[in-house]
Design a binder for this molecule. Structure first.
Ligand code: C2O
Ligand code: CU
Ligand code: CU
Length: 438
């Protein structure tokens, strides 16, 4: 019923952004010049997302991580032509989590994201409210969209792809935080929550704080972990998210804590091998008093959603990640994406085991639309706690095998859902397939 539906409006449009003083760079944004709003959704509510495409070219808006009907997913089949309007209506089914939205028109995803199209979807639920995590938006709950970009000598965003970019994915030489270069955020001297999104097209990021402050991870892509895990540093592949708590209460007033991001090759080796340096992404200046609603200590356990469990008879489906040799495209089971080909079908409301074997010499962050997923094994071992909990994106390292339990939506649909590498140049070049839930 319309009265029980909350409406959101997004206008995809061209604008300009000043990254370097004196230069207005052409950018794209939702409802603004660059990036988009953070849309706050509540589990169980009905929403209607109205999207107006003022880009002058095709686009789509995909709700990355949201469990929505396939027709509302915003993948390559839900193209919004230039000048057209599209409405996605759905009931928010996810547990509390940090998701995001971005374009997904096949072949132009990478460029449209680099030009600025991406926004956050913050899902709240009653369980999260009871778990007493910091949640005063912008005060003790800060979302960071991390994205690298490359600029021309004239200061415009450069999305020309070299042969190396086509193989490794687009990498920039500048890391932006919420569209800004090296911003400073004023934090209260207390426990603070950061919602981290690796919104890079291709770079894996390893994040750590200065002053040896640990990151207490409480959530990954699709919701809370069972227990908080203290991490000296944290790696995020493209498309992955994490939520962490940090205790600034012992910092002297005025202390500045850098957030460092390293794009080093190694365990998470993606992107440009030359980018093996650590950059200061931003600074946190601890200069505000402790807020009255500050948490005094983090919870010991968290109300994590139940993992997806595959029964002993579950169907096992295998995905071999291949290609990339001699500048050729990467493939899944030897095939490139064909929008007219359904690769397979999984009945609605069923659980399968999906085994991803990476036969290439680089990592691929794999993402599946419209399913609940839990990791079963990485390199034949049980995953660490911070990789447990529900996922929608997970990195498969070079020459590695990762197994996940996948649960399809309750309602069957003939509209295809995507599974793909979230290195957007791999996806645009066809490292993607599609399935239905008939
Ligand atoms: Cu974040 Cu299929 O995408
Ligand atoms: Cu997605
Ligand atoms: Cu890939």
């Amino acid at each position: 019923d319309a009265a029980g539906t909350r409406n959101f409006s997004l206008v995809a449009q061209a604008g300009t952004t000043t990254f370097r003083s004196g230069v207005a760079a052409a950018t794209l944004g939702y409802n603004g010049q660059l990036l988009g709003p953070a849309l706050r959704l509540r589990k169980g509510e009905n929403v209607a997302m109205h999207v107006q495409n003022n880009l002058g070219e095709d686009t789509t808006v995909h709700w990355h991580g949201l469990l929505v009907p396939a027709e509302a997913d915003g993948g390559p089949h839900q193209v919004i032509a230039a000048g057209a309007r599209w409405t996605a209506s759905f009931t928010v089914a996810n547990a509390a989590s940090t998701c995001w939205f971005h374009p997904h028109a096949h072949g132009s995803t990478g460029r449209q994201v680099v030009m600025g199209l991406a926004g956050l979807l913050i899902v709240d639920d009653a369980q999260m409210a009871r778990s007493t995590l910091p949640d005063t938006w912008g005060v003790d709950d800060l979302a960071l969209v991390l994205q690298d970009k490359r600029f021309t000598a004239a200061g415009q965003i450069d999305y020309t792809l070299s042969a190396s970019d086509r193989t490794n994915g687009y990498t920039g030489d500048v890391l932006l935080v919420n569209g800004a270069l090296a911003p400073v955020w004023r934090a209260p001297s207390q426990w603070v929550r950061f919602r981290l999104l690796n919104g890079c097209n291709a770079r894996a990021l390893v994040l750590r704080l200065g002053n040896s402050l640990p990151l207490l991870q409480v959530a990954n892509e699709a919701g809370l972990l069972a227990v908080p895990v203290a991490r000296p540093s944290l790696a995020l592949g493209p498309g992955e998210r994490a939520e962490v708590l940090v205790d600034f209460s012992a910092m002297p007033a005025g202390q500045e804590v850098p957030l460092y991001a390293s794009t080093a090759q190694g365990g998470m080796g993606m992107g440009n091998a030359a980018g093996a340096t650590e950059v200061e992404a931003m600074r946190i200046r601890v200069s505000l008093p402790k807020q009255s609603n500050s948490i005094s200590s983090p919870p010991n356990t968290l109300p994590a959603a139940a993992a997806v469990v595959a029964g002993p008879g579950a169907i096992n489906r295998t995905f071999r990640l291949d290609g990339g040799m001699m500048g050729g495209a990467f493939t899944i089971n030897g095939r490139s994406f064909d929008i007219g080909r359904i690769d397979f079908s999984v009945p609605a409301n069923s659980v399968e085991v999906w085994t991803f074997t990476n036969a290439t010499n680089m990592a691929h962050p794999m993402h599946v639309h419209g399913v609940k997923m839990s990791m079963l094994t990485r390199a034949a071992l049980a995953p660490p706690i911070y990789e447990q909990g529900l996922r929608d994106t997970f990195v498969v390292e070079a020459m590695q095998t990762v197994r996940v339990a996948v649960q399809t939506a309750e309602v069957a649909s003939a509209t295809p859902l995507m599974f793909h590498c979230h290195i957007l140049e791999h996806e645009d070049a066809g490292m993607m397939g599609q399935f239905t839930t008939l």
